[in-house]
Design a binder for this molecule. Structure first.
Ligand code: A3P
Length: 295
C-alpha cells in the first residue's frame, strides 16, 4: 500500500491514506477488545513510540529481545491501520494495541471492558513543533510550508488526526469510566524509573529492581535512536525521507522555545486558555523546577 497522496476523511477527521482506509477505520470502531488487552492511546508526537517500547519492555520483564527483533508496528499495531487485523489475529496475550483515534470514536468499543488503557499526552507546544518536523520527512502527510500556517492549522484542529484539544479532553474526561492510566511525556522524561514502576503496577506486572533498571536502559532516547526496530529507519525513503530529518529527533521538553516567536506564543496562550477553560489538567512546558513550569 503506498497511496501517499490519498487522504481519508472519517467522521470529519483527516487520516493518511497510506495506512488508513475507510474499512480499516470503520473496523476499529467495532473491534472486539479482550479484557487482557493493553491499549496505548495518544495524539501523534506525544510519545507514542516511546510508550510502545516501555510497554513491550515491561511485558518482557526488561528483556530487550522482542524490542530489538520485531518492529514496533508489528508488536503494538495501530488499531485503525489496515494491517492491524492480520497482526492482532496472531498476537500473543496480552495484546499491545495502539491508537490515535479520539475517544468519541473509540469509546463505544471500550464500554464495559477491562482493557488497560494508557493515555499518553505531551505539552501541545512541543507536540506541534515535533509534528511540524515530522511532516517534512513523512511523505504520507501533506507538504508543509511555513510554521505559522502549520501552527494555525494545529490550533484550528484541521491537521491530520484532528484537534489536539478534542483528543486530550475526550480521553482524560473518561478516567473514571475506563481502566485508564494517564502518563505524560514530561513525567517519562523527568522520572523514567518512577514512571515505569507506576506503569508496571498498573499493568499488574511488578518488576524486580534489576528488571526495572533494564527497562529504563533500553528505552532511553539514545538506545531507541540506535534501535532499527523502533527508530523507523526500516521505512523506505519513498515513504519517510530520512534525509529530511530523523524520527528520533530531539526528545526534549521545551523545544518549542526554539521555534515559537513571542507573538506566536501569545496567540497560542490565548487560544489554549479559551479552549481548555473547562479542563483542569496541568502541563509542563519546560524542563525546570515544577512550580515554575506549570500553568
Ligand atoms: P521530538 O520530535 O520532539 O524529538 P510519537 O512517537 O508520538 O510520534 O512521538 C515522537 C516524539 O517522541 C519525538 O519527539 C521523539 O524524539 C520522542 N521520543 C521517542 N522516544 C523517546 C525517548 N526514548 N526519549 C525522549 N523522547 C522520545
Amino acid at each position: 500500500m503506498a497511496r501517499l497522496d490519498v487522504t481519508e476523511t472519517f467522521h470529519g477527521i483527516l487520516f493518511p491514506g497510506h495506512l488508513h482506509t475507510q474499512d480499516s477505520l470503520q473496523l476499529a470502531l467495532t473491534f472486539q477488545f479482550q479484557d487482557t488487552d493493553i491499549l496505548i492511546a495518544s495524539y501523534p508526537k506525544s510519545g507514542t513510540t516511546w510508550m510502545q517500547e516501555i510497554v513491550t519492555l515491561i511485558s518482557s520483564r526488561g528483556d530487550p529481545h522482542l524490542s530489538q527483533t520485531v518492529p514496533n508496528w508489528a508488536r503494538a499495531p495501530w488499531l485503525e491501520q489496515y494491517y492491524s487485523a492480520a497482526v492482532l489475529a496472531t498476537s500473543a496475550t496480552p495484546r499491545i494495541i495502539t491508537t490515535h483515534l479520539p475517544y468519541h470514536l473509540l469509546g463505544p468499543a471500550l464500554q464495559n471492558s477491562k482493557v488497560k488503557v494508557i493515555f499518553v499526552s505531551r505539552n501541545p507546544k512541543d507536540v506541534v513543533v515535533s509534528f511540524y518536523h515530522f511532516h517534512k520527512m513523512a511523505k504520507f502527510l501533506p507538504e508543509v510550508h511555513s510554521f505559522p500556517a502549520f501552527l494555525n492549522q494545529f490550533l484550528d484542529g484541521t491537521l491530520h488526526f484532528g484537534s489536539w484539544f478534542d483528543h486530550i479532553k475526550g480521553w482524560t474526561s473518561q478516567k473514571a469510566a475506563l481502566n485508564l492510566l494517564h502518563i505524560t511525556y514530561e513525567e517519562m522524561s523527568m522520572d523514567l524509573h518512577g514512571t515505569m514502576r507506576r506503569m508496571s503496577s498498573f499493568l499488574q506486572c511488578p518488576l524486580l529492581e534489576d528488571e526495572l533498571n533494564n527497562c529504563v536502559k533500553h528505552c532511553s532516547f539514545s538506545s531507541m535512536k540506535d534501535n532499527q526496530m523502533i527508530n523507523y529507519t526500516l521505512i523506505p525513503s519513498e515513504i519517510m525521507d530520512h534525509s529530511k530529518g530523523s524520527f528520533m529527533r530531539k526528545g526534549q521538553i521545551g523545544d518549542w522555545k526554539n521555534m515559537f516567536t513571542k507573538e506566536q506564543n501569545q496567540h497560542f496562550q490565548s487560544i489554549f486558555c479559551s479552549k481548555m477553560q473547562d479542563c483542569s489538567l496541568e502541563f509542563v512546558w519546560e524542563k525546570q523546577e515544577k512550580e515554575d513550569s506549570l500553568i
